[in-house]
Design a protein around this ligand. Structure first.
Ligand code: SDX
Length: 431
């Protein structure tokens, strides 16, 4: 079968280059432009990487037009309904669902790595009592690198596997300590008699003077949210982890870079911003005013939790979270006025041509904060929760990149629009 190619001709020079096209299993094929600069003397220009495939990956597939999300071939709907976060983490890393023996071994090894070095707890003391949790998380995750720097050979597959186990195992400890520190509560060690998500909830909410009884409805809701946030193709924070990793950086420092990127309200920070927005709206009668602001080009306000670079249809995760939120509020007999405002805001926006014409739909962040609130998780802890779940995807993508035979340092170029060449002028001679 003849290789599909794309021919690029520079009419100014008459030079032509024939670029191979690679087809994946699903999704848009890619034009291989590796030799474009060498053969044609030009760079591609794609700010925001809207048309750029930065790597090959077999972990996650998104179809933005159809609202499809799959991990290793399994639909997010099936995983959300039938799996657990720890099983999805195994799937992301290993490429296959575990059999019972493999899963039991996985659970055991994650439990064995759940503790963090006792000295690491001292890092939290350096923060103000009201430090933003994402500032703390990016710092303490980076500090983990100091305990495993000289013993981590990133080119050793076993070291990469051990790193993944440590990252997944330790994030619940690292995140829960942030909440405890901000709440003036003592840190809680993992309790290996509890499963992964219940253990996290125990480390977050247990009270030193009372026995901790987990609410199974809340634990299942949390596990579902972690599944839905585990990985999402080459999003900004995952791309950051890959770029940092391409420089052979310590993997824990790469994860810390991912945490820092996720913090932005254009990305994972949106879940916190959605609650702030819904609270500011306060009453369904105020919704139209905010929708009008979002449409006004002179106002930099955007509807938080709406729109997506890839999804030009309903984010499948948002659909699942909306239903889970509705079910949770009913099961826990909670009245959440913000949920009613969110539903009405969604209804109004999705009937407005501004949003329809731009294919702006609710994304994963639009409803997730409402579930976290129902679980008594403070708003500023929403993005650390997102980071806990996404650390499974980040480390899986990092492992995949290191195992790729074409692995090399990422080094984008630019279009230079700066000053012409000029000679230095001593300060005495400057105007
Ligand atoms: C996540 O990439 C991922 O996969 C991310 C994520 C993951 O799991 O990793 O899914 C998680 O980050 C979800 C997104 C969370 N962010 C928000 O909810 C913040 C609000 N949304 C936007 O800021 C925006 O929609 C982005 C950042 C999500 C996407 O930005 P794009 O792709 O650059 O879109 P754009 O700026 O090109 O917008 C296209 C048009 C523009 O209008 P015009 O210039 O065409 O007139 O849509 C408008 C934008 O002004 N627009 C919005 C809007 N989002 C886009 N207008 C009002 N409200 C919004 N939310």
């Amino acid at each position: 079968m003849t290789m599909r190619t794309v021919i690029i001709t520079d009419k100014a020079t008459g030079k032509t280059v024939e670029c191979p096209v690679h087809e994946g299993r699903y999704g848009a094929p890619v034009v291989d432009l590796k030799n474009l600069y060498k053969d044609l003397g030009v760079f591609t220009f794609d700010p925001g990487y809207g048309s750029t495939a930065a790597c090959r990956s077999g972990i996650t597939y998104l179809d933005g037009e159809e609202g499809v999300l799959m991990h290793r071939g399994y639909s997010i709907e099936h995983l959300a309904e039938k799996s657990t976060f720890l099983e999805v983490a195994y799937l992301l890393i290993n490429g296959e669902l575990p059999n019972q023996q493999q899963f039991d071994e996985w659970v055991h090894v994650i439990k064995m790595h759940g503790m963090t070095h006792e000295h690491l707890s001292r890092f939290y003391q350096g923060f103000r009592y009201d430090a933003h949790p994402m500032s703390m998380l990016s710092s303490v995750v980076a500090s983990v690198a100091s305990y495993y720097h000289n013993t981590t050979d990133i080119y050793n597959p076993e070291h990469r596997r051990l790193t993944a186990q440590r990252v997944i195992a330790k994030m619940p400890s690292l995140v829960s300590k942030i909440y405890r520190y901000g709440s003036g509560l003592p840190f809680v060690y993992p309790d290996n008699s509890r499963n992964y998500v219940e253990n996290f909830s125990y480390m977050m909410f247990s009270w030193p003077t009372e026995p901790y009884i987990a609410n199974p409805v809340a634990i299942r809701a949390l596990d579902l949210l972690f599944i839905l946030h585990a990985d999402h193709e080459q999003n900004a924070s995952t791309s950051t982890v890959r770029l940092a990793g391409s420089a052979e950086t310590n993997p824990y420092a790469c994860i810390a870079a991912g945490v820092a990127t996720l913090w932005g309200k254009a990305h994972g920070g949106a879940n916190e911003a959605v609650i702030d927005m819904l609270t500011e709206i306060g009453d369904p009668k105020n919704i139209q005013k905010f929708v009008d602001r979002a449409k006004n080009k002179d106002d930099n306000f955007r509807l938080m939790g709406f729109g997506h670079r890839v999804y030009k249809n309903y984010d499948p995760r948002a659909k699942i979270i909306r239903q889970a939120c509705h079910d949770l509020l009913n099961e826990m007999h909670l009245n959440q006025p913000l949920f009613d405002i969110a539903m009405e805001l969604e209804r109004i926006a999705l009937e407005d041509d501004y949003f329809i014409s731009r294919k702006l739909y609710p994304n994963v962040d639009f409803y997730s904060g409402l579930i976290y609130q129902a679980l008594n998780i403070p708003t500023n802890m929403f993005t650390p929760m997102f980071a806990l779940a996404r650390s499974a995807g980040w480390i899986a993508q990092w492992m995949e990149m290191l195992a790729d035979p074409d692995f090399r340092i990422g080094r984008p170029r630019q279009l230079y629009i700066g000053a012409e060449k000029r000679d230095y002028v001593g300060i005495a001679d400057r105007k």
